[in-house]
Design a binder for this molecule. Structure first.
Ligand code: ATP
Ligand code: MG
Length: 263
């Protein structure tokens, strides 16, 4: 945002990741460097297998880089941390816990217990509009509702950055659109740094301030596209000429990489 002082939240410094597979060494990421600024909303797009999830997992501390380093708030990432909240495509909820208990889980891990944990959980359950379902179990919820619980749970522990790996990927188009709107509203209120992976170029443009296009394997950053469309953005924004122009550009860049994969 113009005029606002922003610091680097996450610094990705020349990250390379190699996997040892049956077919030998496979370079998933090579020479990836990126600064994620405080309060920034970044979306990452790129062909399947280009290393998006690998990169997110390295930032989350779930995976180590083969070389290179990641820093969060200036400290080297060496494992997971509550300042980095993760939401995956498959709602990783505990089936034996109610919605409220699922959201309280991370709070309890942080040492927040009892009424305090319950109040915080309720605040975020309301944020995702599930207050009528607090005592329901995951199996009693739709896919969209489960993903809302996962988002509430990630927010509740108050991370300073949210890492989301195709969080809406398994949802139908309508639910997806609705969750995009909700996530945008939340982001505009709290401005938490978001690093969001998606296959959906429309979704990337409607959400992000910057779209990172990754190249086919070995994954590198191909292009960083600034999305200078003012917020609040709505679904109507998708009809504007500036949106369509960005969509054309990003889509053709991703498509080129997709063709590389198929070669
Ligand atoms: N644990 C692992 N062991 C071996 N290879 C792996 C492992 N994890 C990922 N890979 C490989 O690394 C490459 C990048 O995988 P990654 O999951 O990061 O891709 P992606 O961009 O997230 O793909 P998608 O869009 O399909 O989710 C792929 O070729 C994948 O097979
Ligand atoms: Mg992935």
């Amino acid at each position: 945002m113009a005029g606002e002082e922003r610091s680097v939240k996450v610094k990705i410094d020349n990250v390379r990741r190699v996997f040892n597979t049956r077919n030998g060494e496979m370079i998933a990421l090579n020479g990836v460097s990126l600064d994620i600024m405080e309060n920034e909303f970044i979306c990452v797009v790129g062909p399947s297998g280009c290393g998006k999830s690998t990169l997110l997992n390295i930032i989350a501390g779930l995976l180590e880089p083969t070389s290179g380093k990641v820093y969060c708030d200036g400290k080297e990432v060496t494992g997971t941390g509550t300042e980095r909240g993760v939401v995956f495509q498959q709602y990783a909820l505990f089936p034996w816990m109610t919605v409220k208990k699922n959201v309280m889980f991370g709070l309890n891990l942080k040492g927040i217990k009892g009424k305090e944990a319950e109040d915080i959980a309720m605040k975020y359950i309301k944020m995702v509009q599930l207050e009528d379902f607090v005592d329901h179990y995951p199996k009693e919820l739709s896919g969209g509702m489960k993903q809302r619980v996962a988002i509430a749970r990630a927010y509740a522990v108050n991370p300073s950055i949210l890492l989301m790996d195709e969080p809406f990927g398994a949802l139908d188009a309508q639910t997806r659109t609705q969750l995009q709107t909700e996530l945008l509203e939340t982001w505009e209120k709290e401005r938490k740094t978001c690093f969001f992976i998606t296959h959906d170029v429309d979704e990337a443009i409607i959400l992000a301030q910057k779209v990172i296009i990754m190249s086919a394997r070995p994954g590198r950053i191909k292009e960083i596209v600034d999305i200078n469309i003012p917020y609040p953005r709505t679904q109507e924004t998708k009809m504007t000429p500036e949106f369509l122009e960005l969509k054309n550009h990003i889509w053709s860049q991703v498509y080129q990489e997709y063709l590389e994969v198929r070669k």
